[in-house]
Design a protein around this ligand. Structure first.
Ligand code: DGJ
Length: 565
């Protein structure tokens, strides 16, 4: 047993301290040797994922929950990921499979997945399905399931015992953290040269379901005990940055600097949520700390989203929802990001909430169809996202190039309605523009947008110009939707990708008042080199009047503007 596992099983504080010191030295020596280890790095206002010294954009796809439990099942899926222009798969790793017997680990599947990804030139983000998956504890090993005395469970207000680990029990987090640390140590040994594994998700959508809090004996005691000092100190110190909902609860209850949970935040389900958030945050943080001590790569927690008027019990209470996020900020300081599973149609509003207070945007789950292939442009162009990942990529299909567009009109066959965008095409364009995007992130030089009849236009200031980006319109047809991103790549030069929009420019600096289109070229980036295709003029740039992206085919275009009067 390693010193760290001994520490986690809590045998002796002295042995643990010595073990931790030795481990610390080993980890720091390793960290020096492994300079290309995946890490987060600031560029302007953006936080980027850096691997092998270079920023990396995760064009990801999350597998269905059970796919990565079988290497044979995975075989055709690797290729599918390539066909969809993905560079990373998000793959579940079950605690039950990694540690089938206590203290005995089986990493054959982990190794096979890493090798499969390498063979197919893909990266991985592993999802640690440990104590919780969608609020439940179905992925815990049988030896944990069978021992509720040692591994206590959540109890509902009604007295009903749930088949769910309580976050309040030390024995629970220690067992989980020991397994996670062993896993991370193994990944370090197997992958610290290649860096196939970029990040880890710690647990999956944590929180209590069917109630707003745990009522187990451990939870009852903690709920009537004083709110921890760290929480109160944080509230006082970070008052101006607090999420509005938590600040209001605290102020409405009298901005107290001491008291139990109901005294400090007032009674009610939202206070129960805050209480659970604190305990889940502490638990996840301790699992994360154990993992990072073994192999320090970025780690995040994902969120089952729920609206502000969420009915009690209908969502996992205590996850890193915006309304509870301050508990996570103070309780889970080693978790690098809080990552929304974003299926909601209010995509932009959730992105805004999950970029407050410097949280980098990573979307581990989203739609691979409908607006999903449009929204990815918005996440990357507008919010400097580290990555996006449609869920259930195993079943997503690219629409073959040239296939008949569903709903194509026959009255004007030369102007068919566009096919709905597919994620493979979106990722193909994003893969081409990724190096440019990465070099301009965090500097107010990129914009991302999704336009429709309800939201036909946005105005963005990029570089020395104001851009009016609106739904494209040509031959009397106004596009139903437009989406894409634009990058200010030089003083008078822009690159864009997407479909169904047009851009008009206004100057923002002193000099001639009018802006004309110098030239528009479509083209592709191949190995980072711009290869121009058609010069787009005439109808294709509205007789020199606008930089246009036709709605019928998503592509990359370069535009040069000039000023005159
Ligand atoms: C969210 C979970 O995080 C995923 O693992 C999966 O269960 C999806 N929901 C299914 O929609």
């Amino acid at each position: 047993m390693s010193p760290f596992l001994r520490l986690l099983s809590g045998r002796s504080a002295r042995v643990a301290q010595l073990g931790l010191l030795a481990l610390g030295a080993a980890v720091s020596a390793f960290a020096q040797a492994d300079s290309g280890r995946p890490a987060l790095r600031k560029q302007g206002t953006a936080t980027q994922l850096v691997a092998d010294g270079k920023p990396f954009l995760i064009l990801g796809g999350e597998l269905f929950n059970s796919s990565s439990s079988s290497l044979a099942y995975m075989e055709p899926i690797w290729k599918k990921a390539q066909d969809l222009n993905m560079n990373t798969l998000l793959a579940g790793l079950n605690w039950e499979l990694v540690e089938p017997t206590e203290g005995h680990f089986d990493f054959a599947l982990v190794d096979g997945l890493i090798q499969g990804a390498r063979r197919n030139k893909l990266h991985l983000v592993f999802l640690w399905f440990g104590s919780w998956k969608n609020g439940m504890s179905s992925y815990i090993p049988l030896w944990v399931k069978k021992d509720p005395k040692r591994f206590p469970r959540v109890v509902l207000k009604s007295g009903e015992k749930r088949e769910v680990l309580t976050p309040l029990a030390e024995s629970n987090w220690k067992a989980d953290a020991a397994a996670f640390a062993a896993l991370m140590r193994h990944i370090r040994e197997f992958d610290s040269k290649d860096h196939t594994v970029l990040m880890m998700q710690v647990e999956n959508e944590v929180g209590v379901l069917n109630d707003s809090r745990d009522h187990s004996p451990l939870a009852e005691r903690a709920f009537s005990a004083p709110v921890p000092k760290e929480v109160l100190d944080y509230l006082l110190k970070s008052k101006a940055q607090l999420e509005p909902e938590i600040r209001k609860r605290w102020e409405d209850a009298g901005s107290k600097a001491a008291g139990n949970w109901e005294a400090v935040f007032g009674p009610g389900p939202q206070t129960n949520e805050l209480f659970m958030a604190w305990h889940y945050a502490r638990y996840v943080d301790q699992v994360t700390v154990a993992g990072k001590a073994a192999y320090d790569i970025p780690m995040y927690a994902n969120v089952w989203l729920a609206e502000a008027d969420r009915p009690e019990g209908s969502f996992p209470s205590g996850g890193p929802l915006p309304y509870d996020l301050d508990m996570w900020r103070v309780g889970a300081a080693h978790v690098d990001m809080f990552a929304p599973d974003l299926y909601a149609p209010t995509f932009a509003a959730w992105c805004a909430r999950y970029t407050r207070n410097g949280n980098p945007l990573f979307i581990p789950e989203t739609m691979g169809f409908g607006d999903g292939p449009r929204n990815v442009f918005y996440a990357f162009g507008e919010h400097d996202a580290i990555g996006t990942s449609p869920f259930g990529m195993d079943m997503l299909g690219a629409i073959p190039a040239g296939a008949a567009a569903p709903g194509a009109t026959t009255d004007e066959p030369w102007f068919p309605r566009p096919a709905p965008p597919d994620i493979g095409t979106s990722y193909g364009l994003l893969a081409q523009t990724a190096p440019l995007l990465l070099s301009h992130q965090g500097r107010r030089e990129t914009a991302g947008f999704v336009l429709n009849k309800a939201n036909p236009k946005v105005i963005r200031e990029l570089g020395a110009y104001e851009l009016e980006i609106s739904l494209d319109s040509i031959f009397g047809h106004t596009a139903d939707s437009g989406y894409g991103l634009v990058i200010a790549t030089g003083p008078d030069e822009f690159m864009g990708a997407g479909a169904g929009f047009r851009v008009a420019f206004k100057p923002k600096t002193a000099g001639p008042a009018r802006v004309g289109i110098g030239s528009v070229d479509e083209g592709v980036f191949k190995d980072g080199q711009w290869i121009p295709g058609r010069r787009l003029n005439g109808d294709e740039d509205d007789q020199g009047g606008a930089w246009r992206f036709d709605s019928r085919a998503a592509k990359v275009e370069r535009c040069v503007v000039y000023r005159w009067e």
